[in-house]
Design a protein around this ligand. Sequence first.
Ligand code: SF4
Ligand code: SF4
Length: 333
Amino acid sequence: MFVLHPQDLGIILTYRCHSRCQHCLYNCGPGWGKEAMSPQQLRQALEQVLVWPQTPQVHLTGGEPFLHFPLLLEGTRMAAGLSIPVYVETSGSWCTDEGEAVERFVALREAGLQAVLVSCSPFHAERIPPARTVRAIRAALHVFGPRRVTVYLSQFLDLIQQFSAGDLGRPIPLSRYEEELGPARAAQVLWEGYGLISGGRAGYRLGHLTARHPAAAFSRATCAGELLYAQHSHFDLDGNFIPAFCGGLTVGSWRDLSRLLDDFQEDRYPPLIAALIEGGPYRLYELARERYGYESRPEGYAGKCHLCVDVRRRLAEADDFVELRPREFYHHF
Ligand code: SF4
Ligand code: SF4
């Protein structure tokens, strides 16, 4: 198996997003400083994708990529011109007018877009009026047909409609699931039903939906699989190669991907990445405790990624570690 060879590579055009969801692994939201990649940077990122001997499929994402529709359209054309299979990932938060949505999807299809993924969950529906998500799905289906539209996760569509009290025009508070289903069942439906990962904001905001454990419970967890062999990874607008779903963590710069791949092939890793590969977040925890005065969270952690993120927050506060990028991630919990 090749190291650092995802089959599905997301290009984060922007960290900006209307939504600021509680489960977001990349801490996206409206408050990020830099708006978006330039078209030149996007071309460079797409050209780097061709360094891999087997070209991964690419998804253009964010944040919310439709906030920068001209860039999304141009990126789609560039990817198609380079024969890179490309799809887009959106929450539909922009979708207030179905006619405009159809026009945008037609323009993207004509530019070479192959498919659309629409995110749909109670966490999105808490921020985005579900009517917008439903509209985006309908418009995408109209233009691309059912085989080229994925609703992630489609089982939540019914649930959201059921809990909307007949008003899809308003976001649905998460508390409504608890009121209707009771705390235990709601926790199961929300945390396990979605398969939440405890990184980003999720461990802090939603950790009460699952069992929390002390740091020592993760002492044997390693991250070699996620950091070396992830099937799904991202390039962001600042040059960061973000492995798996590890928001706020970079294995290096995608701008010189060949060198990065050579380094990893020869087991040369940045120090914090080496620590995570060998000893998982507990290794970072020991480092942060011994050298930087990190103190455990008394209520425990919702998963190994929650521990990792919490320890990284302390490290990012204490020093300028090159692996802890983008820096802004650490300001948007
Ligand atoms: S999960 Fe998606 S929609 Fe929600 S804040 Fe993150 S990028 Fe935005
Ligand atoms: S513990 Fe950290 S390095 Fe490991 S998978 Fe989670 S976020 Fe990534």
